[in-house]
Design a protein around this ligand. Structure first.
Ligand code: AMP
Ligand code: ZN
Length: 489
């Protein structure tokens, strides 16, 4: 089933759709730029990892042995992606009056909690930047003589020493470079620090000795080193959000070219990876996505308002990863209803399988096979999750097909989409805001009384009980086809 449709992926480096052929037959090696753990991730950041997860699951679906690496940046990322501004970690540590190590640990755990909540599979390895500093120094020592120069503030990479610098960004124009802050003595505007010296008379919480003085590595250096160390150059796919296409990834590519002594980027492998893939942004009109705007959209905020986090995952899957996606609470509500419908259908199929006494699930017959093929075609078409979702719904709604076959197909599809349809319970998807003062048991108890009243045709009492619930923010939903039964306002 898995080998018929070739996997087509959009390569940002060539700006073309290309057929995926693994560097190492039977394997897929993927590196995703991870979060800088100076603050909570917002749901836009998490879109980047839902995308990387769908990519990984698709590669597994294609029968490839996946090695996925996601890094954790706990040093070196400045408030500007180029060389300006303060170290994000140092800045937050000062603000919260904590050690950087404590800050990093706290926000790394918060990020991992979101990863679990969104049913993002664990990568083979989480690489932590501060664990790789000796390797970063070795890497820098190797490329320094031919590609770098030293300034008062650190060791800089001369972008004119590699071929095709900036091809990924298509932005090496005057205008593009105008965004990069000037550092006195830089040979080219786009040159970037690979080692930042601690200024005289200052100490940083995180600093290491190096041939260029005490200091800290540049952010771009981290990813070149960790991806190369763990996956080996060239590996298959490097992912990140679309903002990384402009500065971070072109700089990583330049370092990789320097390290391998590679020439023109006409050969994709010279960049360090065969494919560079980027998810577009999640946007929100009122600016709640920006971490500098006070309350920003964290996954926990969605959960506190009563939404199951997988409703957000489904919301992401409704859009193509290369399209911008606008967040709205209405959209999230609609995604939750869609997830609920899918779950109800799956629960029914599960119950039918249990009634029939067979727990084993496996293949499917002629009726389902064409849908599975279309699913494979959709997901192989640069991860068209929007179409794949509709096919999952089609299978879930099929009539006159043995339940055991349906369950097999739903399982196979959900292994790619990751909505956890077999693990979720209906009650998990009830809208349940954190501010609710009434417990589920209390609601259920009133609903039982109300059922009795209705059975006795005591409609006055039934209405009174309904009003009692309404006064406590609960909407009783009679005859609701989705079987919510009740909803908390
Ligand atoms: P950071 O922790 O800032 O390095 O970001 C983590 C990841 O989230 C990176 O891959 C970014 O490109 C990505 N990202 C940042 N903002 C958004 C957004 N609004 N929508 C989607 N991805 C984003
Ligand atoms: Zn990176």
């Amino acid at each position: 089933m898995t080998e018929q449709t070739p996997l087509q992926l959009f390569n940002s480096l060539t700006r073309q759709m290309e057929t995926f052929t693994p560097v190492h037959p039977g394997e897929a090696r993927v590196y995703s730029c991870g979060p800088t753990v100076y603050n909570y991730p917002h749901i836009g950041n998490m879109r980047a990892y839902v995308f990387a997860d769908i990519l990984g699951r698709t590669l597994s679906f294609k029968g490839l042995k996946l090695t996925h690496v996601i890094n954790i940046t706990d040093v070196g990322h400045l408030t500007d992606d180029a060389d300006a501004g303060e170290d994000k970690m140092e800045k937050m540590a000062a603000k919260e009056a904590k050690s950087i190590w404590d800050i990093a640990e706290h926000y790394k755990q918060a990020y991992w909690a979101d990863v679990r909540a969104l049913n993002i599979r664990q990568p083979a390895q989480w690489t932590i930047a501060t664990d790789y500093v000796p390797q970063m120094i070795e890497f820098a020592k190797k490329i320094a003589p031919t590609h770098c120069y030293e300034l008062e503030s650190g060791l800089y990479f001369d972008v004119s020493t590699v071929a095709d610098y900036g091809r990924l960004a298509r932005a090496n124009t005057e205008e593009g470079e105008g965004r990069i802050e000037k550092v006195d003595g830089k040979r080219n505007a786009a040159d970037f620090a690979i080692w930042r010296k601690t200024p005289q008379g200052e100490t940083r919480q995180m600093e290491w000795d190096s041939p260029w003085g005490r200091g800290a590595p540049g952010w771009h250096l981290e990813c070149s080193v960790m991806s190369g160390e763990v996956l080996g150059f060239p590996f298959d796919i490097h992912t990140g959000g679309i903002d990384h296409r402009e500065i971070h990834h072109p700089n990583e590519i330049a370092q990789n070219q320097a390290a391998c002594g590679c020439g023109s980027l006409d050969v994709a492998a010279h960049s360090g990876a065969q494919f560079w893939m980027h998810n577009n942004f999640l946007v929100e009109r009122s600016g709640k996505m920006s971490k500098s705007s006070g309350e920003f959209l964290r996954l926990q905020l969605l959960i506190d308002r009563g939404y199951h986090p997988l409703a957000y995952r489904l919301m992401c899957l409704q859009a193509h990863y290369r399209s911008e996606l606008e967040f709205s609470w209405e959209g999230l509500g609609a995604a939750l209803v869609r997830l609920k419908r899918l779950l109800m259908a799956t629960a029914q199929v599960k119950a039918q399988c249990a009634d029939a006494g067979y727990a084993a699930i496996g293949g499917w017959g002629q009726k389902i096979a064409p849908l599975m093929e279309r699913f494979d075609t959709a997901i192989s078409d640069d991860l068209n999750t929007a179409v794949a979702l509709t096919l999952l719904e089609e299978v879930a709604g099929m009539k006159k097909v043995p339940a055991v076959e349906k369950l097999g197909a739903i399982t196979a599809m959900d292994n790619v989409l990751g909505l956890n349809l077999l693990g979720l319970e209906r009650a998990d998807l009830r809208l349940r805001p954190k501010t609710a003062t009434i417990t589920e048991e209390e609601i259920e108890a009133v609903l039982v009384q109300r059922k009795e009243a209705r059975a006795e045709k005591d409609f006055a009492r039934s209405d009174a009980l309904r009003d009692e619930l309404a006064a406590r923010g609960v909407e009783a939903m009679d005859g609701d086809p989705l079987g919510w039964e009740w909803k908390l306002a």
